[in-house]
Design a binder for this molecule. Structure first.
Ligand code: CP
Length: 306
């Protein structure tokens, strides 16, 4: 069965079957990544533009690598160094890129809704690589893949998303995806970082990090988004770490079996101690490896959709 949409704009409203298809397809590509020759001819002849208006390390490089692994032709746009920095409009930029006969566009933008707008001005398949505070669907997919790989399932697991929920696109995509696959999702953070009406999505809330560690199978720990002025929601980073930071002591005291995820980049010493960031409870670099397989799966399923 093909995916139900020709774009991946977010996980809100995406059928459970589509999410499972992406995760299962990624398992096949994960095996390809272990081969001596890590390349398949699946998207030969397709041209993909990575349109990044906001900084990125993991998402941009893993999309580019996924495209190369699938034998697609890739072009990369970053705002700095482009004519957008000379005042060219977003629409003109997209129209000019599309005139080069591009089949798919992977877009990251600081404004929520840009991927949706792109579907109206472009004929390419659009993949959201993170839009403002809205969604980051491939991050949530790779998070779910990594949890499933480590714990064998998603259904019935208790997953807590910790930290700066208010500024996070990773949180929203994880909430939609995890609930769709049957996980019980909770949020933990300061009241100033948790949107007031978010319980309507089917999540519960705690403000006690020890409770969150003790009562969950998985913690997905988010970065404090200093570039989005998240520092104004908390008195100091040191105080945040004292109340909500994940440390080895807290894990050992409350739940040594808990699995720690972090989407990166990490603020070491703020949301995670360095000991946790490099230690045995986390799977942060596995998430990065799995991100290539997930992005290969999404590109393959959209690029070969009838
Ligand atoms: N997780 C994530 O989106 O990281 P980058 O901003 O480096 O792409």
């Amino acid at each position: 069965m093909p995916l139900s949409s020709r774009h991946l704009l977010g996980l809100q409203g995406v059928p459970k079957e589509d999410i499972q298809l992406i995760l299962d397809t990624a398992t096949t590509f994960r095996e390809v990544l272990e081969r001596p020759i890590k390349k398949v001819p699946t998207l030969q002849g397709k041209t993909i533009c990575n349109l990044f208006f906001e900084n990125s390390t993991r998402t941009r490089l893993s999309f580019e690598l996924a495209q190369k692994r699938l034998s697609a032709d890739t072009i990369n746009f970053t705002k700095s160094g482009s004519s957008a920095s000379k005042g060219e409009t977003f629409k003109d930029t997209v129209k000019n890129i599309e005139a080069m006969k591009v089949d798919m566009i992977v877009v990251r933008h600081e404004s929520s809704g840009v991927p949706h707008y792109l579907t109206r001005i472009s004929n390419a398949n659009i993949i959201n690589a993170g839009d403002g505070r809205h969604e980051h669907p491939t991050q949530a997919l790779l998070d779910m893949y990594s949890i499933r790989e480590r714990l064998g399932k998603i259904d019935g697991l208790k997953v807590c998303i910790v930290g700066d929920i208010a500024h996070s696109r990773v949180a929203l995509s994880n909430i939609y995806g995890l609930i769709s696959l049957g996980a019980k999702v909770s949020l933990c953070g300061p009241a100033t970082m948790i949107p007031k009406d978010i319980q309507r999505l089917g999540v519960t809330i705690t403000h006690n990090i020890d409770e969150a560690i003790a009562n969950n199978d998985v913690l997905n720990v988010l970065r404090i988004q200093l570039e989005r002025k998240a520092g104004t929601n908390i008195p100091t980073l040191r105080e945040y770490h004292n109340y909500f930071g994940i440390t080895s002591e807290r894990i050992k005291k409350n739940n040594p079996d808990v699995l720690i995820l972090h989407p990166g980049p990490i603020n070491r010493g703020v949301e995670l101690s360095s000991e946790v960031a490099d230690g045995p409870f986390q799977i942060i670099l596995d998430q990065v490896t799995n991100g290539v397989a997930i992005r290969m799966a999404v590109l393959y399923l959209l690029g070969t959709r009838p």
